[in-house]
Design a protein around this ligand. Structure first.
Ligand SMILES: *[C@@H]1O[C@H](CO)[C@@H](O)[C@H](O)[C@H]1NC(C)=O
Ligand SMILES: *[C@@H]1O[C@H](CO)[C@@H](O)[C@H](O)[C@H]1NC(C)=O
Ligand SMILES: *[C@@H]1O[C@H](CO)[C@@H](O)[C@H](O)[C@H]1NC(C)=O
Ligand SMILES: *[C@@H]1O[C@H](CO)[C@@H](O)[C@H](O)[C@H]1NC(C)=O
Length: 589
């Protein structure tokens, strides 16, 4: 009932006191139910009265009506509820409102609505008199496709020339006072159980996140409490609204209380991979402890991580990778996750190479058959359990770091370099460990289809919205689409090299064995190969025997060398006289 708006009632009473002695009557009655006041005021008009009283009654009625509709900049409806819990409780409200109000200790809530038709939606249940603003924005143009947001190639040489399609946003200045944003999220493609590729869904998520990030609460103080409420079966995008920040969830209703610092960092990113991701000052501060009473800048906890599972085939790779990280003069922790296939002897070598070993259970690919290839290729997902770190940079053990990668820690999850189509390569990724993210992935692994059956396909479904690093952060040793001359010289600015095809340690050090395999020639590069052996040479001698050329490896090399010779391959690498001493080592039984 309107009479409950006590501030307004009070103003009315105040004016009446000034205008007429009869007002005393009203003040007295005010000690009874406030809601009766209007009744009292209008009663005298029922009987004919002398002119002044009639006049005053008319005036009062006008005043009452005017006061009622006149916006009062100093008034905050919602604040009333902070002090009047009993009133709050007497009204039925949606559950999410109660959750938010209670968490916010019944202080003023200022609600913005996004993509909600107030006429038909649950706002009917909200008591009128709450502070609710509709946030209007232009829906994103129909002709924009996902591939426009996530193009395969962008101009990395002149990144400032690169633009993204426009995703319209509201006029944020009008909504700076909000601290709750309620949105209906589109959930297209729920039936297919694939990740979502939907630009309107992205737009709604970005609108909500930006409203919170650009609110006064965020500008003034990162610890300000703001809330996002999503209505819809699928909830918001996990990439933007972290599961850690989920305050409450029931069926189609999701209430988040986001960490504004992290959200702000995300909102600094381009809307897709149409532009390179941007490291920001906020990014550097992500290690801030969210301890409101004591906001001391803590050193962010960060580490390089790699994973070995199922066999020791990549043991040598991990050891040389470790050496390359040390050579890059990084001071960050180096963590290696190993399953039981890595012997204690090998672990010792890995520790000498700089890795801290953590034992893990490997994780099977959900579609692995009995003797399937690389069937535990979901083991990489365990990196999300390294919650003692704020951020972790995963690097595959068939990679090398050529130049220090520490600057790439200044990006949010999930940042990576392009693979092909609209997806990232999971060989190097910056992630933010999180137990609930890991658990979500464990749940979803049986329903989400990975295009390659491995972690890369899976992660690209989970993290549809990712942030693009330049290719130098993960140079894929594949020369089929880039012009690096007939010798496949790798680009000078390469920071990390991904050794696709036959791995350097599984081949003679004399030249890249990929030259001898017709289908692999696109991966072949003697310059990249030589670089790997250069790092190998910089290792302590006692580690070198780990990189043995096994009979299997040698046999394969010999077979392909013969095929190349018989085929008279024009690159002529098969003519090179092999001097690799490991070959002799192998001759000894
Ligand atoms: C809060 O936002 C309003 C606009 O909604 C603005 O007028 C006001 O100055 C802002 N206050 C602060 C402290 O930024
Ligand atoms: C917050 O700071 C206080 C005072 O330094 C400290 O005792 C407490 O452990 C901190 N809490 C967290 C979660 O870091
Ligand atoms: C991952 O493992 C599955 C099951 O063995 C296999 O089918 C798939 O090819 C593997 N994918 C990759 C990229 O290793
Ligand atoms: C091998 O190829 C070269 C040119 O690349 C050619 O001159 C030579 O005759 C070829 N040898 C045989 C045996 O086909």
């Amino acid at each position: 009932m309107a009479g409950l708006r006590s501030n307004k009632s009070f103003s009315i009473i105040f004016l009446v006191v000034l205008m007429h002695e009869n007002s005393r009557n009203l003040i007295h009655r005010d000690q009874q139910k406030i809601s009766r006041n209007l009744e009292m005021v209008s009663k005298p008009t029922l009987k004919p009265k002398p002119f002044p009283i009639f006049f005053i009654s008319i005036l009062l009625s006008i005043l009452v009506i005017t006061m009622w509709f006149w916006p009062n900049p100093y008034e905050n409806y919602a604040d009333q509820y902070s002090t009047k819990r009993d009133i709050f409780e007497s009204v039925t409200r949606p559950k999410w409102y109660e959750i938010v109000a209670e968490d916010h200790k019944y202080k003023g809530l200022k609600i913005g609505t996004v993509n909600i038709d107030r006429k038909v939606n649950i706002f009917d249940e909200l008591h009128e008199g709450l502070y609710v603003k509709e946030v209007k924005f232009q829906p994103v143009a129909q002709n924009i496709k996902w591939s426009d947001l996530f193009p395969v190639w962008i101009n990395e040489e002149y990144p400032e020339l690169q633009t993204c399609p426009e995703i319209p946003m509201p006029q944020f200045e009008e909504f700076q006072d909000l601290n709750v944003v309620v949105a209906t999220v589109p959930c297209p493609g729920m039936a297919t159980k694939l990740g979502f590729i939907d630009i309107f869904r992205l737009q709604v998520n970005l609108v909500v996140a930006n409203l919170l990030v650009k609110s006064n609460k965020s500008i003034v103080d990162f610890s300000g409490d703001v809330y996002a409420v999503f209505l819809g079966s699928c909830g918001p995008m996990d990439e933007i609204f972290r599961c850690e920040d989920l305050l409450w969830h029931d069926n189609d209703i999701w209430v988040y209380k986001p960490d504004l610092r992290k959200l702000k960092q995300k909102m600094r990113m381009p809307v897709g991979t149409c532009q390179l991701a941007r490291p920001t000052e906020e990014a550097a501060q992500v290690g801030w402890n969210k301890n409101a009473s004591n906001s001391i800048l803590q050193q962010p906890r960060e580490a390089y991580v790699t994973v070995l599972h199922s066999s020791e085939d990549y043991l040598c790779g991990a050891i040389v990778l470790g050496q390359s990280i040390i050579n890059s003069k990084s001071k960050k922790d180096m963590i290696l996750l190993a399953d039981s296939s890595i012997s204690s002897e090998s672990s010792k070598a890995l520790r000498h190479a700089g890795w801290k070993i953590k034992r893990i259970e490997r994780i099977k690919s959900p579609n692995a058959g009995k003797n399937a290839y690389n069937k535990y290729n979901y083991s990489k997902l365990r990196i999300w359990l390294l919650t003692e770190y704020d951020k972790v940079m995963f690097i595959d053990s068939d990679m090398l770091v050529f130049q220090n990668l520490d600057e790439f820690f200044l990006y949010p999850q999930l940042s990576a370099a392009e693979n092909n189509r609209h997806i990232f390569n999971s060989g190097v990724m910056l992630i933010e460990p999180s137990r609930c993210t890991f658990e979500t992935m464990m749940e979803k692994r049986f329903t989400i289809v990975s295009y390659n059956g491995g972690d890369q396909g899976f992660l690209n479904e989970i993290f549809r919205w990712w942030h693009r690093w330049p290719n130098k952060a993960n140079f894929l040793k594949d020369f089929s689409n880039i012009d690096c001359g007939p010798d496949h010289l790798y680009p000078k600015n390469t920071h990390a090299m991904h050794y696709l095809g036959v791995k350097p340690w599984m081949c003679y050090r004399d030249y890249d064995c990929n030259w001898d395999i017709e289908d692999n020639q696109r991966f072949a590069s003697d310059s990249a190969h030589a670089k790997w052996w250069q790092v190998f040479d910089s290792m302590p001698n006692k580690l070198k025997p780990v990189c043995v050329l096994t009979p299997d490896m040698e046999e394969r090399a010999v077979i392909f060398r013969r095929i190349a010779k018989d085929g008279n391959y024009s690159d002529g690498h098969w003519k090179i006289k092999v001097k690799d001493p490991r070959r002799k080592m192998n001759d000894i039984p």
